[in-house]
Design a protein around this ligand. Structure first.
Ligand SMILES: [Zn+2]
Length: 475
């Protein structure tokens, strides 16, 4: 029996503001525990929260990039639950009037583009972090408590683990691109919960199961696949899926029941009297919109139309803002978008892959990179020398002018006919049989002579001149 899967996601993303959402403690990661805390973020009685405007701005920015409607009045509610990472025993969140409503993101699927609708985006504070000690017991670090979070809640428009993965990857890229979050999964600044239900075509939706603790996109993909299989087995054997929350154990590759699903009213949401509602003027939204960069899709479109790049290349170039900005900078300095794009798509991308870091770092600047391309285009250095120079600039010296570097590395191309002719004549003398082959029209033998000249000149010979000389001497 086959079922249709209905999947919804809740993605929590920490915003990279300087300070926390309701106090002036720093929003920093990787510090000694419990040093970025104050009476507000650890919930001392009488301490009053004050809203960080930047967090509102970033949430709106995310909303605009995701085609949401921005609420003109947004309110704060307390979400009550007891857990040691939440010293106030409530989390300041939004339920009645979240900051962004609706919205969507389009993803590419096997069956073409698909719109994944959002229900809303709300702002809230993060909780502290429990550290389970190897000596038994648990420790708590409140540095994270009060860090601004947006929770992006999708409609159940996702139909497979693959689609969920594509959505998450695109969302992460977009949030990083617009600069509201680092989205570092390994640091927990992006986390997601998924809910999955199965039903037969034409029948009402099935019972939802929520899964928490998904620390990576791969884990989310595995957990969804596992859950679809688990529910399929239950339904096929005539059983009933129970509404519950399950915890995914990525190491064991299975999920465990945590609790039967609480309803929203179990949190006893009620208005936070310490925080007035926030009026968001259209003027403020307009100003935030002005801070949005050209989004990847539009930017890729521009590259295709203005620079005549293939759509695939344009998409790769615009998938990361650092790369797209680098490309733009290069084009501004050197009007050869195709050549720049080719080098970025191959050599730059390869070097970036070697870095194996989540954040892209370009050790090379646009000025020197384009100078290197010009030297190659002007035949001062040939292709292998350009590659050598690029590697050197990337790995060892990105500051020195490439013109100086090619002298230092002895990479200047030899185009001097007299010099090359002398070298070639010697090679011909030493290889009479191969020379006869060339005279007899053997193309492979031509390549042999080119190779020998390159070897003798340490790759610096101008290949065009060499080819011309071979024609001249061996025809
Ligand atoms: Zn604080």
């Amino acid at each position: 029996m086959s079922y249709l899967a209905v999947i919804g996601l809740e993605v929590h993303t920490e915003l990279k503001t300087n300070t926390k959402i309701f106090c002036s403690c720093k929003n920093e990661f990787n510090l000694e525990p419990n040093i970025n805390c104050c009476p507000v973020c650890v919930g001392m009685p009488g301490a009053l929260p004050v809203l960080n405007k930047k967090a509102v701005e970033y949430a709106i920015k995310a909303g605009l990039a995701l085609n949401c409607e921005i609420n003109s009045l947004t309110r704060w509610e307390r979400k009550n639950y007891f857990y040691p990472d939440l010293p106030k025993a409530y989390q300041i969140s939004q339920a009645e009037a979240p900051i962004c409503l609706g919205g969507y993101m389009e993803i590419e699927t096997q069956n073409g583009p698909k719109k994944i609708r959002l229900n809303h985006i709300h702002l809230e504070e993060d909780a502290g972090k429990l550290i389970h000690s190897e000596y038994g017991g648990s420790l708590i670090d409140y540095n994270r408590g009060g860090v601004p979070l947006i929770e992006i809640v999708t409609e159940p428009d996702i139909s497979s683990a693959d689609e969920a993965l594509v959505f998450l990857e695109n969302l992460r890229a977009l949030l990083k691109y617009i600069g509201v979050s680092d989205c570092r999964m390994e640091q927990g600044s992006l986390r997601c919960d998924v809910n999955v239900s199965l039903h037969k075509e034409g029948e009402p939706l099935g019972t939802r199961v929520e899964m928490k603790n998904l620390a990576s996109f791969k884990a989310a993909h595995r957990a969804i696949t596992y859950e679809i299989n688990r529910q399929t087995e239950i339904l096929n054997s005539g059983g009933k899926v129970i509404q519950e929350t399950r915890r995914w154990d990525d190491q064991k590759g299975r999920s465990y029941s945590m609790r039967t699903k609480e309803d929203a009213q179990d949190y006893r949401y009620f208005s936070d009297a310490d925080l007035p509602p926030v009026k968001i003027s259209r003027e403020f939204v307009r100003k935030v919109r002005e801070t949005l960069p050209l989004l990847p899709k539009e930017r890729a479109q521009k590259y295709v139309e203005e620079y005549n790049l293939p759509p695939y290349d344009a998409q790769i170039l615009t998938s990361e803002r650092t790369i797209a900005d680098f490309f733009d900078e290069c084009v501004a300095l050197f009007d050869n978008p195709k050549m720049i794009s080719n080098w970025i798509m191959t050599d730059v991308m390869r070097k970036l892959k070697e870095q194996q870091t989540e954040d892209i770092v370009l050790p090379i600047n646009a000025r020197n990179f384009t100078k290197m391309l010009k030297l190659h285009l002007d035949n001062v250095i040939n292709q292998p020398a350009a590659k050598t120079l690029f590697e050197y600039m990337w790995d060892q010296d990105s500051k020195t002018d490439p013109e100086q570097l090619i002298q230092k590395l002895n990479l200047v191309q030899i185009s001097d006919e007299g010099e090359l002719e002398k070298i070639l004549q010697e090679i011909i003398q030493n290889n009479p049989a191969a020379a006869d082959d060339v005279r007899g029209g053997n193309k492979k033998a031509i390549a042999f002579f080119v190779g020998q000249v390159m070897k003798a000149t340490k790759g610096k010979a101008n290949p065009k001149t060499v080819n011309e000389l071979i024609q001249k001497l061996l025809s």
